[in-house]
Design a protein around this ligand. Structure first.
Ligand SMILES: C[S@@+](CC[C@H](N)C(=O)[O-])C[C@H]1O[C@@H](n2cnc3c(N)ncnc32)[C@H](O)[C@@H]1O
Length: 357
């Protein structure tokens, strides 16, 4: 069987004229059995010729659609699924805020839609590395950029650190801006981003690293320099107050003397970025709670309140697993003992609050 998109669609359309269910199924089974003859890219996608170009189709998606057709008992149902498959192969249906093809939503099985995230291993492909103490795992920006931005749109990370968000935006064909206070970390981020030469990197995509204070910077002016007026996604991964002290700078959030001081600085960033985020677009804040003198401080929820006060709508509270920090590594036994003695629980989660403007 020759695997050409329009030929497959024509043959499927012809089946809609059939009156005999077993004849239809025979043909569908024939396609299914021939999948092993399709060209594949080695990553679970089939390469199918279409009008002089090659399109990619998830093998898992195609098999699941074909199985559904094979398993139906009535001709009406069978034809309904065939029509759905034709639509999936021929039309692209996306929402206003991402490029997910809703006609083939089953292809996106790795996009998380639950509020409990267990991310097993850090993605260390390309330029990603765990070198910066306090960085987040690349899967966090990856999930959000795919779900809340379209290719070619702009994302802003106000606490860039080692550049994880911009490595990911470059890979995914989104433009990115990152702000970082510490000159040496700005250098590190620039190096990491330049090292990202992923196959999928789009040469036209821009990544701008700004050395500056995200509580004070003139955002409109910075965007003007780049030639844009707004961004379509905001991500904030502030210091978790003073858990890791990043620098001596007075406006470094990890340097705040009190929790109110921390929340005040964070609130400024939310205030200043609000006008440059497009309406109906999203902001993600990654944060955890902390302990102080034997008491659990709900830093995450306090931070969430700062955002809500400023008119954002809460869309999700995501709880994500949190693996050992360097300080606690290889000390599980000791921490377990301390927890039993002290009547507390060991931190194993952090929060990602997702808001909509
Ligand atoms: C938790 S880290 C972010 C890590 C980042 N997500 C990554 O993957 O590397 C927080 C960063 O915010 C920076 N920072 C703290 N206060 C800042 C401020 N007022 N303006 C800009 N950056 C700030 C710190 O230097 C630190 O690099």
């Amino acid at each position: 069987m020759k695997h050409n998109k329009s030929k497959i669609i024509n043959n499927l359309s012809n089946l809609l004229e059939y009156k005999n269910l077993s004849k239809i199924k025979e043909y569908i089974i024939e396609i299914k059995n021939s999948i092993s003859n399709f060209n594949t890219d080695g990553y679970g996608f089939l390469n199918i010729a279409s009008d002089g170009e090659t399109i990619k189709l998830s093998e898992k998606y195609l098999i699941s659609e074909l199985n559904q057709i094979i398993e139906t008992q009535t001709i009406q149902r069978t034809k309904y699924y065939i029509k759905r498959l034709i639509k999936g192969l021929s039309e692209v249906k996306t929402s206003k805020i991402n490029d997910i093809n809703l006609n083939r939503w089953k292809e996106y099985s790795d996009i998380i839609t639950d509020s409990l995230w267990y991310l097993d291993k850090r993605d260390t492909s390309g330029a990603h590395n765990a070198g910066y103490w306090g960085n987040f795992i690349p899967q966090i920006p990856n999930q959000f950029l795919r779900r809340y931005t379209k290719k070619g749109e702009w994302v802003l990370d106000t606490f860039l650190g080692s550049g994880t968000t911009l490595i990911e935006s470059k890979r995914l064909g989104r433009n990115g801006i990152g702000i970082e206070l510490q000159p040496k970390i700005v250098k590190l981020a620039k190096k990491n981003i330049a090292d990202e030469n992923n196959l999928f990197s789009d040469k036209k995509i821009k990544t701008e690293v700004i050395k500056g204070d995200s509580t004070e910077i003139d955002y409109e002016k910075e965007l003007e320099k780049i030639g844009i007026k707004s961004v379509q996604f905001l991500i904030m991964h502030p210091p978790y107050w003073d858990i890791i002290k990043f620098s001596e700078h007075k406006n470094d959030l990890s340097n705040a003397k009190t929790i109110d001081g921390f929340l005040n600085l964070f609130g400024k960033v939310v205030d200043k970025t609000y006008p440059i985020l497009d309406k109906e677009r999203y902001l993600a804040v990654v944060i955890s709670d902390k302990y102080f003198k034997g008491e659990w401080i709900p830093l995450g929820f306090y931070t969430m309140q700062e955002v809500l006060k400023r008119g954002y709508k809460l869309k999700s509270t995501i709880v994500k697993n949190f693996e050992e920090t360097k300080g606690k590594m290889n000390q599980q036994e000791l921490w377990r003992y301390r927890a039993l003695v002290g009547g507390f629980y060991i931190f194993k989660h952090e929060y990602i609050f997702l808001f909509k403007k």
